[in-house]
Design a protein around this ligand. Sequence first.
Ligand SMILES: NC(=O)c1ccc[n+]([C@@H]2O[C@H](COP(=O)([O-])OP(=O)(O)OC[C@H]3O[C@@H](n4cnc5c(N)ncnc54)[C@H](O)[C@@H]3O)[C@@H](O)[C@H]2O)c1
Length: 263
Amino acid sequence: MDTSKNKVFIITGAAMGLGLAAAKELASKRFYLTLVDYNEKSLGEAKAAISHEFPNVKIYTIVADVSDEEAVKNYVEETVKTFGRIDGFYNNAGIEGRQAGIAEYDISVFKKVIDINLMGVYYGLRYVLPVMKKQQYGRIVNVASVGGIRGVLNQMPYVASKHAVSGMTKNAALKYGRYGITTNAIAPGAILTPMVAEAFKQVNPDNPKAAETEYAQHNPTKRLGIPGEVAKVVAFLLSEDASYVNGQTIAIDGGESNIYGNV
Ligand SMILES: NC(=O)c1ccc[n+]([C@@H]2O[C@H](COP(=O)([O-])OP(=O)(O)OC[C@H]3O[C@@H](n4cnc5c(N)ncnc54)[C@H](O)[C@@H]3O)[C@@H](O)[C@H]2O)c1
């Protein structure tokens, strides 16, 4: 039996960047997808692009802000109503916030980063895990960051929220491993997405490309990652093959998180 057919996946932050790349990767395996994003226009464009490339894949889109608990409950319920189950959950939506020093950080931006990156991931777990428990099967990938395993200057709320994602991943893994559910996190380094392009603009508004080139020099591979490289790992962690990987935060960063000093 080809068990890869007709599995159902929810992807948050699916309109662009890492979410969109994962959606395309899963669509290429003919899975059914619920795509969630708060950017309605980009979400529509993402659906159109995926449907064009993979016309046989069923795609349901839901406009929702993951920091709104009711909206999260709704996208989970709607997915179960539409497709009958949830096999995999890519808990990906997140924002960077502004880059600023600790004492100067704008408190309202700080709280927004925590609301989306920490509470949004938690709400997703809160409503998806019981569905998977009933099924006695599920695969979850939460998106942390290298900022979830080490400090990053000028990004305190981001680093705090991503360490929390790694922590919540461990807790969910401990509690739900017995129900056939695995919960893991990924810790991407700098991957070329709209979020990272915006970060380089903040670092060097006059020449973002120079900031990108300079950053890449500190990576052992001397380059940034691309979304498809992350999507392949995510697809594996969301597959039946990853059945004994649980509670891990897996760096996808070209080896950057191992560096001590310059290389
Ligand atoms: N790109 C990287 O280098 C990198 C590195 C480490 C971690 N990450 C993490 O990966 C995830 C995706 O990042 P990306 O680079 O693809 O970003 P991106 O900004 O390119 O895309 C993020 C998508 O999420 C959506 N989104 C943001 N907040 C939302 C919310 N509250 N509700 C619903 N949708 C929301 C956006 O509309 C967008 O479509 C984030 O959690 C980010 O922190 C990215």
